[in-house]
Write a protein of this length. Sequence first.
Length: 182
Amino acid sequence: MIFPNDYPIEKLREQPKGIKKVLEERNLWPKERINLTCKKCSEKDADNDLTRLNCCARWIISLQPDFLEQRSTLEEIIVGLGHVFEWYPKFYCECNFIEQYWGFAKREVRGLCSYKYADLLKHVPKTLDSVPIMTIRKFARKLWRYMDTYNRGLEGRTVEWAVNKYKSHYRLLENIERIMDN
């Protein structure tokens, strides 16, 4: 993706190549004119229709195996430091116990703070550090119940009902789908 140090054109050395150059090197740049991004790919709810082959340059490069397998820089750094990197589902804040942790901390700060910036600077770090580990573990257990309900195909208010009704350690009742059908 970057021109090498010994590239003939000096001003391009160690500069990003660009999609066109990468596709040309791989013999994937089509003979006919092609746009960088097409209308279908730029739509908000663009489908992942794999039958489209040459709709735009971004689509062509996005189908390449090495691009599909490439980790993000953030993921590479975290895994490189020996930690586990885990993606949570987008737009499902109930599946991320950090959100519950933040909510708990905000509620505590509201009770302590006079809503002045200096007070916030003083109280927020102290409150974040004072959340009991048992409370954080409860948030994590609730997260697993939410994930279990979504994995079973439940949606909407049914998820809320099931998570609050059945509070087993890490999962819902095995027969919850049967109960929900009745």
